[in-house]
Design a binder for this molecule. Structure first.
Ligand code: NAD
Length: 412
């Protein structure tokens, strides 16, 4: 099986052919410029554990492309983090920021560690060490991290505080901060809300109504998407996390499920719901993969019952599975569109930090919805005009914008 970065690049190459980039910009080597990230920083962090022992951890920050603006991308803490995955996620950020027309490039960071295995103090030491090693690489005008799997507002606050020791005015160095220290209202919920925004647009386009939803992942993205759906009266019938999955064909009580997760640490054992093996293949009309990458594969793509898949996670569908879903007539809203709400509101946070003027939450949400709806209309329009999948169309729009930027700027 090809690696996540190679899969992403293969799609970029195929899209470049579709756009005839080589013919239109001879000698510019636009795809080759995307095939090698601008800068890769990999380093060891020796973490002092509370008991005095030392753990040796591998850390990465990949700055993929800054043609359209400073590097932007989250920091992931997960045991499966490796350099290839971080590169793939950074490439996806380059495409995502271009697609939703925000003035950033693409980056991603990660540490191969299970955050649940660390105490709060150990985690803080690790995040601060990671930040101090990158203090000359990140910055409000150069590279702006944000939350991803295993990180949230608390970790962003530590990054901000560590960076501030070296650079006095620095709120905009990181987004997804707690609201009290410069975070934007609505940022925590933004990715999940954006997923719902994409779901509603895609369901309208497919003529779906009265549909049911299944969700894999009940963290930041999955839980906020579920809460938004529940508030709209849309039935969420299956939810799963790393430890198990629950199902109720009448619709799960999502606010109660969030309380259950908060008190027990998992969705399993939610009173009144039956345990199921896998939310990905649960009976539903719409599937939201909101956990890891590479979960929809050639092995399970035939078993997916939904007619619409909205990718809350980054890279949940392998190339082989994508082909199966397309053949089966399943609509897939690609990650670079479906989960872009987070980076859009991160952009708004960066703008607010720089202006020193803070917006009301309804203004943040309304502006995000406008941006995502506009991107969806553009992607759907391109898909229809050229007979492409939504993923191909999204890649076309993003790559065209990046290419124009590269050609305008020169060899950089
Ligand atoms: P999170 O750490 O808050 O939650 C992750 C969830 O996935 C948890 O419920 C966890 O139990 C579950 N999970 C982990 N491994 C699993 C497995 N093997 N099977 C089933 N469930 C599993 O992470 P998050 O911030 O919600 O991110 C989820 C996905 O969304 C990631 O792919 C991330 O890159 C993407 N994403 C996040 C943001 C953001 O703003 N947080 C933005 C864009 C994309």
């Amino acid at each position: 099986m090809t690696s996540p970065f190679d899969q992403g690049l293969a799609l970029v190459r195929a899209t470049a052919d579709l756009l005839a980039l080589d013919r239109r910009h001879p000698g510019q080597r636009l795809v080759e410029r995307l095939a090698i990230p601008d800068k890769v920083v990999s380093f060891r962090a020796s973490l002092q554990r509370d008991d005095g022992s030392v753990s040796v951890l591998l850390c990465h920050r990949v700055q993929h492309c800054d043609t359209l603006g400073p590097y932007k991308g989250g920091i992931r803490l997960h045991p499966s983090v490796d350099l290839d995955e971080v590169k793939a996620l950074a490439l996806a950020m380059t495409l995502k920021t271009a697609l939703v027309e925000i003035p950033f490039g693409g980056a991603k960071g990660g540490i191969a560690v299970d955050p649940a295995s660390l105490s709060r103090a150990e985690l803080e030491r690790l995040v601060r060490k990671y930040t101090s090693r990158l203090v000359n690489d990140i910055g409000p005008n150069s590279d702006i991290p944000a939350p991803d799997m295993g990180t949230g507002a608390r970790e962003m606050a530590w990054i901000y505080d560590e960076y501030r020791k070296y650079n006095p005015v620095a709120r905009a160095v990181v987004t997804g901060k707690p609201v009290g220290i410069g975070g934007s209202l609505g940022r925590t919920e933004a990715t999940g809300r954006g997923v719902v925004c994409a779901l509603l647009a895609a369901a309208r386009r497919r003529g779906l109504s009265g549909y049911t939803v299944a969700i894999q992942g009940f963290g930041n993205v999955g839980a906020h998407a579920a809460l938004d759906l529940a508030a709209r009266g849309i039935r969420v019938v299956a939810v799963g996390d790393v430890a198990g999955a629950v199902h109720d064909p009448r619709g799960l009580d999502i606010p109660a499920l969030v309380r259950h997760r908060d008190s027990t640490g998992a969705v399993a054992g939610f009173p009144g719901a039956e345990a199921i093996a896998d939310p990905l293949t649960a009976p539903c009309d719409v599937l939201l993969p909101c956990a890891l990458g590479g979960v929809i594969t050639a092995a399970n793509a035939e078993a997916i019952r939904a007619s619409l898949v909205v990718e809350g996670a980054n890279g949940p569908t392998t190339a082989e599975a994508d082909a199966v879903l397309e053949r089966r007539g399943v609509t897939v809203v690609p990650d670079i569109l479906a989960n872009a709400g987070g980076v859009v509101v991160s952009y708004f946070e960066w703008v607010q930090n720089r202006e020193g003027f803070y917006w009301e939450e309804d203004e943040v949400n309304a502006r995000m919805v406008r941006k995502l709806d506009k991107a969806f209309v553009q992607v759907a329009g391109m898909a229809e005009a050229r007979g492409l999948s939504l993923r191909r169309a999204a890649y076309c729009l993003a790559l065209e914008r990046i290419s124009q930027g590269m050609v305008a700027r020169g060899a950089q």
